[in-house]
Each structure stands twice: as C-alpha cells, then as structure tokens.
Design a protein around this ligand. Structure first.
Ligand SMILES: Nc1nc2c(c(=O)[nH]1)N[C@H]1C(S)=C(S)[C@@H](COP(=O)(O)O)O[C@H]1N2
Ligand SMILES: [Mo]
Length: 360
C-alpha cells in the first residue's frame, strides 16, 4: 500500500530541497510535534508563517483605521480596543500550505511537512461590535483587512491583505486580538493587534492589523485572488481556501535518534497520543494504523469549539520496524484521505501522517 511508505512523507529524490526553501524553513518554524502534548501550545512553540519581514511596531501609538463604505470612519488606539468587551478563546490554527512537501511536483514555497499547526488562547474583542460602531453600509460585500508588513509576491508589491464576507466577519467568534496565552502578542505573532478567524486556515488571521475597509466589490488582492487557492492546473483560477480540513497527528512516540529523526520504542505496551481537529465540525473518531490495520483510538472531549482534541491508544509493540498512522473523521463526515490530493500550490493536503518506528 503506497501510503504506508515512509518515503511518501519525503519529496521524491529528483525533487531536492532548494536554498529558497531552506531559507523559508529557517524563518518560519513549525510546531515541534512533541509539543502536541500541551493542550495550549506555549507561544514560542506555536508555528509561524510570515510572508514578508516582521515589522517593528509601537503599541502606544498604534491605530486601527476602519473606513471605506461605512457611516462613521473610526481610528482606534489599542486602549480604545482593549476597553471593549473582552473574550478569550482557544483556537487551533493551521497553515493552508501544511503538507505541501508531501505532494509530488511541489510548488516552491514554505516547505511544510505536517507541523504548521498550534493552539493558543487568544484574547481580544469581537470584531462585530467595532463594525457595528462604524456602521458598515448595507451595499458592502466584503471587509478588507490590511497588515503593515509589505513585500513583493508574484511580481506584485503589496501589504499583506485578506478579505472576509460581511457575514463571515460578523460571526461572534471573529476577534481583534492583542494577547496570546495571556501575554501581549509577540512581534512574530502580529504585535500589537491581529485578527483571529477561528476554524479557518491561518491566512485569514491578518497580523499587524492597522486597516479595515468595507468594499462594494469582491476584493481582488494577491493573497485573495491568486494565492491561497486550490488550483487543478496553472490556468485554473481555482477555489478559495477557507475552513481547515480534518486532520490528526501523532506526538512522536519513544525517543528520537539524532540526526536521522527515527523513533525508537521499547517493546511492550506503548501509549500513543496525539491531537485531531477540523474547521468544519467536532471530531467524532480517530483511528490509529499499525502497519496498515486500523484500530479505534479514545477521544477526549473538545476543550472548546475551535480547539484540537486529544486522542490516545495503547499499542502492543513487537520488536522490529513498524509504520504508525492516524486518521480523523469529523461530525460532518469528512475523513482524511490515504493519498495526497494534488493541486498547484500544494494547499490543504491532509492525507494521513506516517511515523516509522523501530521497536527494540
Ligand atoms: N500581516 C500578515 N498576516 C498574516 C501573515 C502574513 O504574512 N502577514 N501570514 C498568514 C498566514 S499564511 C498564517 S498561516 C498565519 C500564521 O500565524 P502565526 O504566525 O501567528 O502562527 O498568519 C497569517 N497572517
Ligand atoms: Mo498560512
């Protein structure tokens, strides 16, 4: 069965990693998978994805401008925003490009294997209240969120910008956020203010947020109309990405051999643990695969509607080489595929993880 080959988690030999990919991997780190043992990911272990440079910002002078097609344009300080109703929500965030290198013919971009995920407790205020104060006019179709980070992508110079429909932006769990795990946002996570769109892939959660604009035509910015789309071929305009597809990952069992990254486990009863999440519905089932045969895992209750769930399973490990897998299913009936689903940008590739293990 092809999906059980550990080589399937690596690019084919004729597609070596490039210097550009190494540079991105060194800047934007993933979650060390053993950190899935924490319910809430410590901030320094949460994955990072930053397209351009991390801007140096000043919380004291920061302003959030809300304008465009609104009745009352606003310019809010951080204190203005922090004096609004406060809410804290545990949210699992994942990059839409997670799994990119596990697909043949990959696009040269951030070379995620499976580790672009983390769960933080985000503190902020519901966006809907701020929008109500600004009075978004009824003929508006979207809100455009802009960060102050600027760069070039696809030959287009741009601020990092993404849009949401009015309906999506008005969801009561979409928040303007100033704290992560009870501390002010770190520079790399969007200090002093970011958007959090629970359930969606990370690209929607704009960091270093300083402008929100109501528009009457769908936004055609680069990160909306070109990037973050599932394209069947280069000329296909593709479908936009939104909610996070179902996935389970395993915390690496046993101990690791450095530098091969092979896992070494003692024979006998081994407790396998991990996390599972979906932006569509709660997780209802996790199965653990041992050399291709699947067993039901135990599932802990969800710590919140948008946070990952812990799973566990006991494995009677016998001496030799083994391949472990895990596969989640959500209440909407979505389950993980056993093979990659190819698309040009290497997006949303949630096929099952395979962990090679040596039992001694
Ligand atoms: N301004 C800005 N916001 C951004 C990005 C960015 O490059 N610039 N990257 C996005 C992407 S693609 C992801 S996956 C998440 C990552 O958030 P994190 O680095 O806090 O984990 O931020 C999103 N928000
Ligand atoms: Mo991302």
């Amino acid at each position: 069965m092809v999906y059980l080959s550990p080589m399937f988690d690596l690019p084919p030999a004729d597609e070596p990693f490039t210097f550009d990919e190494l540079q991105k991997a060194a800047r934007n780190h993933g979650l060390p998978l053993e950190a899935m043992r924490y319910d809430i990911t410590p901030a320094g272990l949460h994955y990072l994805l930053i397209h351009f440079d991390i801007p140096v910002t000043d919380a004291a002078s920061w302003r959030l401008a809300i304008g465009g097609n609104v009745d009352q344009p606003l310019s809010l300080s951080l204190d203005d925003i922090r004096s609004r109703p406060v809410r804290t929500l545990a949210v699992t965030m994942e990059c839409a490009g997670n799994g990119r290198v596990r697909m043949p013919n990959r696009k040269q971009s951030q070379p995620w294997i499976v580790e672009a995920v983390g769960t933080a407790e985000w503190t902020g205020t519901p966006l809907a209240g701020v929008l109500a104060d600004a009075g978004v006019k009824p003929d508006s179709v979207e809100l455009v969120f802009s960060g102050v980070d600027r760069g070039v992508q696809g030959d287009v110079e741009q601020d990092y910008e993404r849009a949401l429909t009015i309906e999506e932006a008005m969801r009561d769990d979409v928040m303007l956020v100033w704290a992560m795990n009870g501390q002010s946002l770190l520079p790399q996570h969007g200090a002093p203010l970011r958007l959090i769109v629970p359930g969606w892939y990370g690209m929607a959660s704009v960091k270093w947020l300083n402008r929100i604009e109501a528009v009457t035509e769908p936004f055609q910015g680069y990160q909306q109309a070109v990037a973050y789309r599932v394209q069947a071929h280069e000329d296909d305009p593709g479908e936009p990405l939104d909610r996070i597809k179902v996935r389970a990952l395993m915390a690496p069992p046993g101990i690791v051999e450095f530098p091969s990254t092979r896992r070494i486990v003692d024979a006998g009863s081994v407790r396998l643990t991990g996390r599972a999440w979906s932006g569509f519905a709660p997780i209802v089932r996790v199965e653990v695969g041992v050399d291709g045969s699947w067993h039901e895992a135990d599932l802990d209750p969800a710590p919140g509607p948008y946070a990952w769930q812990a799973w566990s399973s006991t494995w009677q490990a016998e001496r030799g080489e083994h391949l472990l897998s895990c596969r989640a299913t959500d209440a909407a009936g979505n389950t993980q595929p056993l093979e990659p689903f190819w698309n040009v940008q290497g997006m949303a590739n949630n096929y099952v993880q395979t962990v090679p293990v040596t039992v001694r």
